[in-house]
Design a protein around this ligand. Sequence first.
Ligand SMILES: [Fe+2]
Length: 259
Amino acid sequence: MSKIVNRRTFFRFGAGALGTLVASQSLAQACGVDTGGQPLGPFFPRPGTPIDPIHEDPDTSTPIYLANDNDLTFVRGRLGTALGQWVEVKGQVTDGDCKPVVGATIIIWQASASGRYNHKGDAANEDFEHPVTGDIVQRTHDKNFQYWGQATTNAQGEYVFKTIVPGFYPADLSTAWYRPPHIHFLISATGFPQLVTQMYFRGKDIANNDFIQDLNGKDLILQSEELTPLQRESLVVDFKTKSLLDKTLEGTFNIQIKK
Ligand SMILES: [Fe+2]
């Protein structure tokens, strides 16, 4: 008798476990792909990196990448605002079961509108010839641009940044490789490995969108074979103008992290 009970119990649990597995698989398909990793790159402001710091946190012992807020379009205490097309990048961080990841720290860093990082290591090719127009592009610092930002996901796993479309810049002039506009992301959440990735731009409201899509298609990092086609597509975000009254572009970059 007890054998029958045991077998029935086993069957019930077995069927239940299978049901859960099927449900979580279909949920995973519904909420997208796990976000692909991308290189950190040379311009992350590591502690001790010689940089021109823009430090919005009054406590200057805070590392530069944690010192700033989620609005990169101005620097507290300065009167001007950042050059370039303003964008709102928002999204949700979810886990492999599509559940929101609450309290994740997201750090972003990027170039200015003219394609210059606030990092002493970004010194080569300050001026370069535009590969299409032949004009000289001057990569300059923008003292009113914050360069780095930080946000924490809310109870729904959501985050938002206000920033600008960064400029493109030469990666290797000898092979005519130019990095398309991109934002570097570093996502940290308790219980998950850190994810480092890069987000790219697309949309007819973006200045020089055709040229940017050409760069996206040729970029050795975005086109890395370490990404699946779905992962690659998920790193390119569609932006559009918010409204007639607000020329800011908006786009959604959802991020899925795995344990
Ligand atoms: Fe970069």
